[in-house]
Design a protein around this ligand. Structure first.
Ligand code: B4P
Length: 187
């Protein structure tokens, strides 16, 4: 099963994705986590990605598509994967479709978490206070929201054409949202 969790920054992709992946027994893969790990290790990929991430911009597709290909072709992903934070642009979605088609698979469900913007900002500023992630500052958060609307939200129409999108109200308690997420994933 190939599932994708889609939503604006702060919509709870990481939180809900982890719970759902554990429940289904498939790996959760987050390009954000992989990129942050590359930054921390100071690899060439990490050095290139850091400038984009800190400014709230997307890392270029040519960098991310290689990463996505590696993930989806790995043995770990053979039985399915929960994609958290990718694809994020139409060219990335086309790349995912091509890679999955090679194993006669496709994105089965896109779980779209819908959260109002003031709540998104509140959550990310809350995380900044707790974890100090370098892109959780007001300027970068605003930029990430703009990038989401311009470059990632068009994916909703892309996957709606495939009948894969399930809209999930993402406000409220984590456990209540997880219940809705599971129902949407398994329906
Ligand atoms: P990501 O790591 O994907 O970060 P994000 O979109 O900002 O969302 P995140 O996953 O952290 O937040 P979540 O919704 O889980 O990407 C970071 C950067 O990496 C991007 O800006 C980009 O530069 C780069 N990047 C990553 N993937 C890329 C790609 N494919 N192509 C190009 N560039 C890419 O929200 C989490 C917060 O909300 C937490 O603090 C959590 O505790 C809180 N929360 C969750 N549910 C809640 C609830 N119900 N109530 C209250 N708080 C809640």
């Amino acid at each position: 099963m190939y599932l994708m969790i889609l939503g604006a920054p702060g919509s709870g992709k990481g939180t809900q994705g982890k719970l759902l992946a554990d429940h289904l027994g498939i790996p959760q893969v987050s390009t954000g986590e992989l990129l942050r790990s590359a930054v921390q290790r100071g690899t060439a990929l990490g050095r290139e990605a850091k400038g984009y991430m800190d400014r709230g911009l997307l890392v270029p597709d040519r960098v991310v598509v290689g990463l996505i290909k590696e993930i989806l072709e790995s043995r770990e992903a053979a039985r399915g994967v929960l994609m958290d934070g990718f694809p994020r642009t139409v060219p990335q979605a086309q790349a995912v479709d091509r890679i999955l088609a090679e194993r006669a698979a496709r994105v089965d469900r896109v779980l779209l978490l819908e959260v109002e913007e003031p709540e998104l900002v509140k959550r990310l500023l809350g995380r900044a206070a707790k974890e100090g992630r370098s892109d959780d500052n007001l300027e970068s958060i605003k930029q990430r929201l703009t990038v989401y609307h311009d470059q990632t939200a068009p994916l909703v129409a892309y996957y709606e054409k495939q009948g894969a999108v399930r809209r999930i109200p993402g406000m409220g308690a984590v456990d209540d949202i997880q219940q809705r997420v599971r129902e949407a994933a398994e329906a």
